[in-house]
Design a protein around this ligand. Structure first.
Ligand code: DON
Length: 304
């Protein structure tokens, strides 16, 4: 019998003592002052048990992790039509790279690089009555937690400094892959990325993807096939040009964000989330990746 609590505590101890905690993202000024000494890890099993160590109840900026939730909402609204506007291939490049988008005529490689997520934001803008409010309510309902909020200072900070995202959105618009005005799409995209959640909330939110699309707490949100597709894209594209490394070291579908969060899952078994704000050179949480590698190594629980 695995002692999950003891495993999480030993992972947290190693993280606390790690000499190199990576570097906090500074390109969104509002994220630059978060301490690298924060570390949280939380595990939720499909049979309803949960375990946590460290700062697993402290909210942080989930950033790109929100792209998975936006994709799931877009899938529930327009289904397979999404794939007319983007592909499902790993890009092999950083999340904000623009060159490939121009070469490939404004069709993003996948929904998790920024250009793909901006197209998803455009889809949500076209299909939701009150996009910011409706998306927040969707995430709150998935989690069964009405306390989840956007962080307006983070959204405003990125709105002032997100020049590469303006470039990506303009490029998409020039290729006619955005229906709404560039500024409206980015206003929603920055808001979506500013969602704040704890590791414990994230393991709840993502349970539906470990559970064949059925939300743990109430209604069905996605079909089994849609959940399979999202998990496949997380495995192949969830960590950008480090997706291969994450599959190699950890062996789970997962998604990172520049706020230092990572969420990963084993279908029919568990969801797990880590938060450590220091990033490695590819923009993924340095200690979060090491923690998840330690978890799947110690427990031998992975998809492979
Ligand atoms: O668009 C951006 O650059 C940020 N709002 C999100 C990027 C991000 O989290 C990349 N993930 N590791």
């Amino acid at each position: 019998m695995l002692d999950f609590q003891a495993i999480l505590e030993s992972i947290q101890k190693n993280a606390t003592e790690a000499p190199d905690k990576g570097a906090v993202a500074t390109y969104i000024p509002e994220l630059a002052h978060i301490s690298k000494d924060n570390f949280g890890i939380h595990l939720r099993t499909s049979d309803g048990k949960s375990y946590g160590a460290g700062d697993f109840n402290k909210p942080f900026s989930i950033q790109s992790i929100s792209k998975v939730l936006a994709l799931s909402k877009a899938m529930s609204l327009i289904g397979e039509n999404i794939w007319k506007r983007m592909d499902v291939e790993p890009s092999g490049h950083p999340f904000n790279q623009l060159a490939l988008l121009e070469i490939e005529n404004g069709i993003p490689r996948n929904p998790f690089i920024n250009s793909g997520a901006i197209v998803i934001a455009d889809i949500l803008l076209s299909n939701l009555e009150n996009p910011k409010e409706d998306f927040l309510n969707y995430v709150r309902d998935l989690t069964n937690d009405q306390t989840i909020e956007y962080n307006q200072a983070v959204a405003d900070s990125e709105k002032r400094t997100g020049f590469k995202n303006y470039a990506a959105a303009n490029l998409l618009k020039s290729f006619k892959n955005l229906d709404n005005p560039v500024n409206d799409v980015l206003d929603f995209y920055f808001q979506q990325c500013s969602l704040e959640m704890t590791c414990s909330q994230l393991t709840k939110t993502f349970s539906f993807l470990a559970n064949k699309g059925t939300c743990m707490l109430d209604k069905v949100r996605l079909t089994e096939t849609q959940a399979k597709r999202i998990n496949a894209i997380m495995l192949t594209c969830g960590f950008y040009d480090e997706a291969g490394e994450f599959a190699f070291e950890v062996g789970l579908p997962g998604k990172s964000g520049v706020g230092g969060g990572i969420v990963a899952l084993l279908p029919d078994n568990f969801t797990i989330a880590t938060w450590s704000p220091g990033l490695n050179k590819k923009g993924n949480s340095k200690l979060g990746m090491l923690a998840l590698e330690a978890f799947t190594t110690k427990t031998k629980l992975s998809i492979f």
